[in-house]
Design a protein around this ligand. Structure first.
Ligand code: PNS
Length: 163
C-alpha cells in the first residue's frame, strides 16, 4: 500500500492543487489531502470549511486506482505523515522561486523522518502563477479568477465576502 500525504493550507484550494493531486494519483494507492489547522494565520476559511470544500471538489479529479482522502492536522507535517503510515510527502513546484523554500522543508522533514521521501511534481504551466494568496487578493479586489479555482470555491469565497 503506497500512501502519501499532500499537505498545505489550502486557503483556498486552487486548480493548481487539483492538478498536483491528479498528477500524483498514478504514483500512490492513497493520497491524504492534509489540511493544516492554522488559526493563528487568520485564514479566510476555517479548517472545517476547507476540508468540506475539498471533499466536495475532489470527485471532479479523475484517478484510476488511487483513493483520495481529506484530513486535517496540527503540528508537524512529518509527524502527521508518520502517524498515517505514509511513505511520501507530495509537494507541487510552480516556479524556481518555490524551490528554495520547498528544499528547506523537504530537508527538514527528511531529518525529522528519514524514511519519508518528499516527492516534487511540476504544476501545469497554466497554473504556474496561481497561489491561494494571489487568488484571495484578486478576488477580494473584484478581479476575475474563474478557471483558476474550482467554481464551488469561488462561490464560497463570494459568500464569505458578502457575510
Ligand atoms: O502549501 P502551503 O500552504 O505553503 O503549506 C505549507 C505547509 C503546511 C506544508 C507547511 O507550512 C508545514 O508543513 N506546516 C506544518 C508545520 C511543519 O511541519 N513545519 C516544518 C516544515 S519543515
Amino acid at each position: 500500500m503506497r500512501r502519501a500525504i499532500f499537505p498545505g493550507s489550502f486557503d483556498p484550494l486552487t486548480n493548481g492543487h487539483l492538478d498536483i493531486i491528479k498528477r500524483s494519483s498514478p504514483l500512490f494507492d492513497e493520497i491524504i489531502v492534509a489540511v493544516l489547522n492554522n488559526p493563528e494565520k487568520n485564514p479566510m476559511f476555517t479548517v472545517e470549511e476547507r476540508c468540506r470544500m475539498i471533499e466536495e471538489v475532489l470527485p471532479q479529479v479523475e484517478t484510476d486506482d488511487c483513493d483520495l482522502i481529506v484530513d486535517s492536522f496540527s503540528g508537524l507535517t512529518a509527524d502527521f505523515a508518520k502517524r498515517t503510515g505514509s511513505s511520501a510527502i507530495v509537494r507541487g513546484i510552480r516556479a524556481v522561486s518555490d524551490y528554495e523554500y520547498e528544499l528547506r522543508m523537504a530537508l527538514m522533514n527528511r531529518r525529522l523522518e528519514p524514511e519519508i521521501e518528499t516527492v516534487f511534481l511540476m504544476a501545469a504551466e497554466e497554473y504556474s502563477y496561481v497561489s491561494s494568496n494571489l487568488m484571495k487578493q484578486v478576488f477580494t479586489l473584484g478581479g476575475r479568477v474563474e478557471g483558476l479555482i474550482p467554481a464551488l470555491v469561488e462561490a464560497k469565497m463570494r459568500e464569505k465576502l458578502a457575510a
